[in-house]
Design a binder for this molecule. Structure first.
Ligand code: DC
Length: 238
């Protein structure tokens, strides 16, 4: 009998390396990887392009009214092997990572109707298990019954440095200070919003990777996953 796959929810602060570990786990286990943050970023990009998001203000009613016209989905890119994010048929994978989008996305993600729409899509994607999804509310709101929940955290300075290095490597013209400020603001927004704030689920396992190598943290997370897969697929007696 085929092994029954589990659902893996990875939540945590911005720039903790959630997507790196989630992708690696998905590849190793043969599961699908879903970047839920990319979906919020795509909606934020749509709002920006329509002039509905500017600094700290977003036009919530306009965004809500157009939700039915916003299609977000993922499509695998054969050349890179990654699943790119599409907004109404356009590949926006790179554009959603810009500072402009990062600056407004947390204001867009506080909107209850946006969350409800994206949550329903995410639940649909994970209907049959075999998925590793990362975000802020995956273990608490999207998949509260996930077999494995990981809550990732790391020192804020280390996270800011990692994010800064990543953006500079992409050739983006950012200062360390602006990255650090943006991260601190997003941490605050993510943990203090009324709708599905970022919080550690009671049954989540904490992974603080401030001083762990990528290899070390992946090994630990895979060990947890194998254990949960074993619990979901108990061996039949001889
Ligand atoms: O993971 P990320 O930095 O790409 O996420 C972008 C923003 O989307 C982040 O500021 C919080 C929000 N988000 C959310 O509210 N819920 C999720 N499940 C994922 C992301």
């Amino acid at each position: 009998m085929a092994e029954r796959p589990i659902t893996i929810a990875i939540d945590g602060y911005s720039s903790c390396g959630k997507s790196t570990i989630a992708k690696a786990m998905a590849a190793k286990l043969g599961y699908a990887y879903v970047d839920s943050g990319a979906m919020y970023r795509a909606v934020a990009l749509y709002a920006l392009r329509n002039g509905w998001a500017d600094g700290d203000t977003v036009n919530g009613p306009a965004i809500i009214a157009s939700l039915n016209s916003i299609d977000v989905h993922f499509r695998p890119d054969r050349a890179t092997g990654r699943a790119d994010t599409y907004l109404n048929g356009e590949n926006v994978e790179d554009e959603i990572r810009s500072m402009a989008v990062s600056s407004v996305v947390s204001h867009v993600s506080v909107i209850r109707e946006v969350r409800a729409k994206l949550r329903a899509m995410q639940q649909q994607m994970g209907l049959r298990g075999g998925v590793v999804m990362d975000g802020r509310d995956i273990g608490t709101a999207v998949f509260p019954h996930a077999e494995l929940k990981i809550f990732m955290t790391a020192d804020p300075e280390i996270r800011a440095q990692r994010r800064f290095d990543e953006l500079r490597a992409q050739g983006r013209d950012v200062t360390f200070e602006s990255v650090r400020t943006n991260l601190a603001e997003r941490d605050h927004e993510d943990t203090h919003r009324a709708e599905d704030p970022l919080r550690q689920a009671d049954d989540a396992l904490v992974l603080d990777n401030s001083h762990l190598t990528p290899h070390g943290q992946l090994a630990l997370a895979l060990q947890w996953a194998e254990q949960r897969i074993g619990m979901r697929n108990p061996k039949m007696g001889n």
